[in-house]
Design a protein around this ligand. Sequence first.
Ligand code: SAM
Length: 217
Amino acid sequence: MRESDLTALVERHTRPGSPAVCPEIRTLEAEELVPIWEDAERIAGREVEPPFWAYSWPGSQALARHLLDHPEVVRARTVLDLGCGNGLAGLAAARAGAKRVLLNDIDPAALWMASRNARENGLRVDLSAGDLLGAEPPVPPVEVVLAGDLFYARAMSGRVEPWVRAAAALGAMVLVGDPGRAYLPRSGLRLLASYEVPVPPEIESVAARRAAVLILE
Ligand SMILES: C[S@@+](CC[C@H](N)C(=O)[O-])C[C@H]1O[C@@H](n2cnc3c(N)ncnc32)[C@H](O)[C@@H]1O
């Protein structure tokens, strides 16, 4: 999608604000996903991926809150925000003092949004386009992998889990942010923190979700 189309979409369907539990970071947020998705398909004239990038998912909100409260976790480290969506978790890592932050997503619109959010917050990040999950994790140089709200579907979880386990086996710290999605791995995760995250009922069907930060062990 052209940049002018993305700009029009966010102007029509998002509002500037901050994720509910991260007032330090400014983002553009949609309260609903269906209208922006329908508009995106109308503009593109074909089916497009859901605009996951138009909303800070509770998993990344929890990760971001945790990193802002515990900057030592990422300070002076190289961080990969895998499936970054709007980039919130990676932006929090940058703000917390990470040496380098790589934002990765297969959706070019997500990287556009994440880059726009980074600019809005005066934060420097690098963008990584494409699917990293088909190859060995880039560890080193990546020292911390952030996986915010990536266990929402069986197929996605089936690809993300072995990849993040491989990253951990190669020495990376893997932090997962998850609000109780159905396909979160059942073992090998230790709870570090959890946060009550107010969410738009139109997207999550509830008014708040308890989102956990877990470390892969
Ligand atoms: C539910 S969203 C979560 C976004 C963000 N982490 C957050 O919590 O706000 C899932 C994201 O994973 C991305 N994604 C799906 N498959 C991917 C893959 N193979 N590699 C990288 N990103 C992927 C989607 O494009 C989407 O942005």
